[in-house]
Design a protein around this ligand. Structure first.
Ligand code: ATP
Ligand code: DNN
Ligand code: MG
Length: 233
């Protein structure tokens, strides 16, 4: 049993904006600090066959950054829900005749967190994505009661997405511990001006700006993050 010292939920302004890259970088950074660190991806939609096994790229990236020894039981805790279809989770689940239950995710989180000193939970898509008729990913962050790190995909339209997401996080009583500016595609026009607009309005520290990397990796992204700036209340 380890005592969890660092635990964060990573939300994004959208899908495909760099949550996995940043989550993996955070796991990498905490592992570099000597903590036993793990990444959790409670709901993953989109799988490929690898050596006869269905795997998800986000889960593989988080596991590659972790220094927690692997086991099949831990794999289930890290990723309780894996769906083949790369679609909205409730649709991907429906296609397989399955249902996502928050109670299962909370249980897996508690078991996994008890084994580590740092845990990063990656959301799915943007902050508020349905899981079933009554539960969604924002409730997942609430039920886990974790401070949130928001990844802003730096592209035109991100100011509105980032400010609405920060509002939604606060509306659920959650603490925004920090945010990361990530250029997942090319570098947007007026990047500095957009960054300034966000810094003036988001009431949490900017943990770093990750440029568009020729070879994106957890270690390369971690180089641009200052985890010491993460707000802890
Ligand atoms: N700063 C960057 N430089 C270069 N490529 C990046 C950068 N950030 C993200 N990418 C690439 O963009 C793609 C999407 O990033 P990522 O998988 O981290 O997004 P995501 O928000 O986790 O998506 P999802 O909603 O599917 O979980 C990946 O191929 C990733 O390697
Ligand atoms: C398949 C994709 N990469 C993500 N895993 C799921 C994104 C869900 C987005 C749902 C939505 O907001 O419309
Ligand atoms: Mg991801």
């Amino acid at each position: 049993m380890s005592q969890t010292k660092k635990a964060f939920f990573v939300a994004g302004t959208d899908t495909e904006i760099g949550k996995t890259l940043v989550s993996s970088a955070l796991v990498h950074s905490f592992a570099q600090q000597g903590l036993i660190a793990v990444g959790m991806k409670p709901v993953a939609a989109g799988a490929l066959l690898d050596d006869g096994m269905w795997v998800n790229e986000d889960v593989m990236s988080l596991k590659a950054s972790s220094n927690l020894a692997a086991s099949s039981e831990r794999d289930r805790l890290i990723n309780p829900y894996l769906f083949k279809l790369p679609a909205a989770p409730h649709i991907a689940a429906q296609q397989e005749g399955r249902q996502i239950a928050l109670s299962v995710i909370v249980d897996c989180y508690q078991q996994l967190a008890s084994q580590v000193e740092a845990i990063i939970v990656e959301g799915v898509g943007g902050f508020n994505v349905p899981f079933n008729a009554t539960e969604d990913s924002a409730q997942m962050a609430q039920r886990l009661n974790l401070p949130v790190i928001l990844v802003v995909g730096m592209r035109l339209g991100c100011i509105n997405h980032a400010l609405l997401t920060a509002e939604a996080i606060a509306a659920r009583g959650l603490n925004l511990a920090g945010w990361v500016a990530n250029s997942a595609q090319h570098e947007m026009a007026y990047l500095q001006e957009n960054l300034s607009a966000l810094q003036e309005r988001i009431k949490a520290p900017l943990l770093g700006c990750i440029p568009n990397l020729a070879q994106p990796s957890a270690a390369a992204a971690a180089h641009y993050l200052d985890v010491n700036k993460i707000l802890v209340d």
